[in-house]
Design a binder for this molecule. Structure first.
Ligand code: SF4
Length: 294
């Protein structure tokens, strides 16, 4: 019967709520005015069709699209919309981001505690250590990578292997030390054989990354590689199409550049990355200390 809640649906909803509770998100409510608006709205367009910065915002895939928080949206296009004007709802609906906003007093420690000895996705089976993140909780600059490798899995710290050493060189060349920035990954457990994290692993683990970014609220986020960029920008476009461009991520400036592991395989791309980092330095008012990384 239409409108009837089946046992199967009840189980799915209960499972989803338990998952959010695990993440520390405990407040949900139903906004009937918002529901009425959704009925009028067209399906959400892919971001691949709209790479304008103001439209790049994370959307929890199974929940409705919610407007960005007031005051953070950067309007960059004056092109007339084909959509009829939709008034803003009086209160935000239950997107994952807006639910995360309601975690009053959220901290990195609390997020780590919520993560616990996580077994939420299959990556837990092969890991030795969860690699949560490292650096200053007040960092103006956050680097987001893909996932831990063997060295990181062994030490419990992000970017400590060969690629990590190159990242450290780049950070120092920017006039900073590692402890001045925050470094983390999209997934917190090492994928077997260093393979790319799969979609279900990214969607299960990334809410913790989003909470980390919400707590740190950096001025600049640098996505190292396609996985981080695609996760935060919700796009399937190749990184080369937007690498080195300033984009908006919930009020932070976001730039995607190549992963240091890619640079180890393709040293010729180091110059491009250094140009990207120089743009970051200009925004943060940094002076190069040692010139280009080796
Ligand atoms: S990758 Fe993330 S979600 Fe998966 S088991 Fe590790 S911490 Fe949990």
């Amino acid at each position: 019967m239409p409108g009837q809640i089946t046992e199967n649906l009840k189980k799915k909803v209960a499972g989803r709520l338990a998952f959010y509770e695990d993440l520390g998100i405990r407040f949900f409510y139903r906004d009937r005015r918002r529901e009425a608006l959704f009925e009028q709205e067209k399906p959400v367009e892919s971001l691949d069709n709209a790479m304008r910065p103001a439209e790049i915002a994370y959307q929890e895939p199974t929940l409705p699209k919610i407007p960005r928080r007031p005051g953070l949206q950067k309007v960059v296009s004056t092109a007339p919309s084909k959509m009829p004007p939709v008034p803003l709802p009086a209160a935000p609906g239950p997107s994952l981001f807006d639910a995360a906003d309601k975690i009053v007093g959220d901290t990195l420690l609390r997020i780590r505690e919520d993560l616990g000895e996580c077994t939420r996705c299959k990556l837990y089976k092969h890991r030795h250590t969860i690699v949560f993140g490292d650096g200053s909780p007040k960092a103006e600059l956050v680097f987001v990578g893909e996932g831990p490798g063997a060295d990181e899995d062994a030490q419990g710290l992000p970017f400590v292997g060969r690629a990590g050493k190159l990242l450290t060189q780049m950070i120092e060349a920017m006039g900073l030390e590692r402890q001045d920035v925050y470094i983390c990954n999209v997934v917190k457990c090492r994928p077997p054989e260093n393979r790319t994290p799969e979609d279900d692993e990214v969607s299960t683990c990334s809410p913790f990354l989003l909470r980390q970014l919400e707590v740190i609220s950096p001025k600049v986020i640098v996505c190292l590689g396609a996985v981080a960029a695609k996760t935060l920008l919700r796009t399937n476009r190749g990184i080369s199409q937007f690498r080195g461009q300033w984009l908006d991520y919930r009020g932070s400036k976001l730039m995607a550049t190549y992963h240091p592991a890619y640079l180890l395989r393709n040293p010729n791309a180091k110059g491009e990355v250094w140009k990207d980092l120089q743009k970051v330095m200009a925004v943060l008012g940094l002076q190069a200390r040692k010139g280009k990384p080796a």
